[in-house]
Design a protein around this ligand. Structure first.
Ligand code: NAG
Length: 118
């Protein structure tokens, strides 16, 4: 498929995620509509450092979903989730941070307690 996939872990409790590497992509995002459960998830509050780093499209409330949930929070900053496989700006995605674990050299796992993603 010419796609590069790596495996990372995220959330509390940690779950394993297959991540598609897209070097030209603007953001790291996960699909929250498939269920996102984590006790360490923190939405990016408007004008926070997380939001400033992420260069968001807008700041505001959750308007595209019937209720607040990971991916759709009030007073949160949003970017457009980008999916190059379907060449389509898929959905509004809020900025958040959570625990992120990635393998560095073989056998060494690095834990980032507040890794920013959409
Ligand atoms: C979230 O924002 C929406 C739209 O502004 C508002 O209707 C709703 O009451 C807010 N929810 C909470 C829990 O503040």
């Amino acid at each position: 498929t010419l796609q590069y996939i790596t495996e990372v872990s995220q959330r509390t409790p940690l779950i394993s995620i297959k991540l598609l590497v897209h070097l030209g992509g603007k953001s790291l995002w996960v699909d929250c509509d498939k269920g996102f459960k984590s006790s360490t998830y923190k939405p990016g509050v408007c004008n926070s450092i997380q939001c400033t780093y992420s260069n968001p499209n807008h700041c505001g409330d959750c308007i595209l979903k019937p209720k607040l949930q990971p991916g759709c929070n009030n007073n949160s900053c949003y970017i457009w989730g980008e999916n190059p496989l379907i060449d389509w700006f898929d959905d509004s995605a809020d900025i958040a941070d959570d625990v992120f674990v990635i393998g560095s050299t073989t056998g060494v796992r690095v834990t980032l307690p507040r890794f920013i993603f959409a």
